[in-house]
Design a protein around this ligand. Structure first.
Ligand code: BV8
Ligand code: ZN
Length: 252
């Protein structure tokens, strides 16, 4: 049965201090305090829609084959929103955590590049990155930072072929090696933090379950309970930007 807390306890701090191997899974919630809209603003409110289409349709394998131009317009709209945002205290805390543990793996579902911008190095982007494009002909991956897009679709720098966003769409497989490393980290860690995710999108949402089965303690950070709260060891009800830095506070 999960312990629900609204602030960190000394017991949690000593668990944190004595850990050797830590893994973290983040979702849209960690970028909320940077002004990035989440997909489900929490609870079961309406899923994010654009031009009347839900994200599960806009970011789908079906639509990229049917109308790649519209998919690029959708991602260019989101790139426009991301252009001005900067990481928040939650992102910066995790960048500091990385230097604290013998073994630390940051697994993110976010495509917003904010963990890297905050200085995190070992980041597994299981759903890709919105600032990269991948060629449909030669599969080259390249940075595509111009926003708005100069041409739709952007053309491959290697072969001139049409490119697509280097993100994982619904109905598409995750990058194999990256997800394998995420599964390994979940199976090896002593502490598995689940931060700012509703944990409904698979297979990423299966990682906390795998970690629990491998004996890890599950610590959730979210202003709301989620689908994993029932098996988390601790649920810290609050905002990532306010809670995560507390783990680094001066020890008495
Ligand atoms: C696949 C990139 C094989 C693009 C994304 C098993 C069961 C059911 C369905 C499936 C299943 N297996 C596969 C599926 C289908 C599907 C799926 O899971 N569907 C869901 C909707 C049920 N999965 C897939 O399609 C995956 N591929 O399985 O391939 C296959 C192939 C063919 C057919 C079948 C299977 C691919 C999934 C990846 C899709 N791409 N992103 C883009 O961004 O547009 S997913 C995208 O949505 C995000 O990356 C993320 O993963 C998800 C959104 O979730 P969250 O990040 O958690 O955001 P959300 O808004 O929901 O929650 C935010 C939370 O933060 C809330 O709890 C809130 O309270 C909290 N919060 C708010 N403020 C704060 C905060 N927390 C802390 N601090 C705050 N300040
Ligand atoms: Zn190419």
């Amino acid at each position: 049965m999960s312990t629900v807390l609204t602030q960190i306890t000394d017991e949690l701090i000593s668990l944190f201090d004595s850990a050797r191997s830590v893994a973290v899974l983040t979702g849209a919630g960690i970028s909320a305090e940077s002004g990035v809209p989440t997909f489900r603003g929490g609870g079961d409110t309406e899923i994010w829609t654009w031009r009347g289409k839900p994200i599960t349709e806009l970011s789908s394998a079906e639509l990229i084959s049917a109308d790649p131009k519209l998919v690029w317009e959708w991602f260019d709209y989101r790139r426009g929103m991301l252009k001005e945002v900067v990481p928040n205290a939650g992102h910066f805390a995790l960048a500091q955590w990385e230097r604290r543990f013998e073994e630390f793996t940051l697994i993110t579902q976010n495509i917003d590049d904010l963990h890297r911008a905050a200085g995190s190095l070992n980041v597994l982007e299981v759903h890709g990155n919105i600032w990269r494009a991948r060629c449909l002909r030669c599969a080259s991956v390249f940075e595509a930072r111009e926003c708005p897009l100069e041409e739709n679709p952007p053309l491959c720098m290697v072969c001139g072929g049409a490119a697509r966003p280097d993100v994982v769409l619904f109905g598409e497989l995750l990058p194999e090696q990256i997800f394998e490393r995420a599964e390994e980290a979940a199976a090896r860690c002593e502490l598995f933090f689940v931060i700012g995710t509703s944990a409904v999108v698979y297979p990423a949402a299966g990682l906390p379950i795998a970690a629990k089965q491998a004996g890890a303690r599950i610590i959730e950070v979210n202003p709301e309970r989620t689908d994993i709260s029932f098996f988390a060891d601790v649920t810290l009800l609050g905002k990532a930007g306010e809670i995560l830095p507390q783990f680094l506070r001066e020890r008495g």
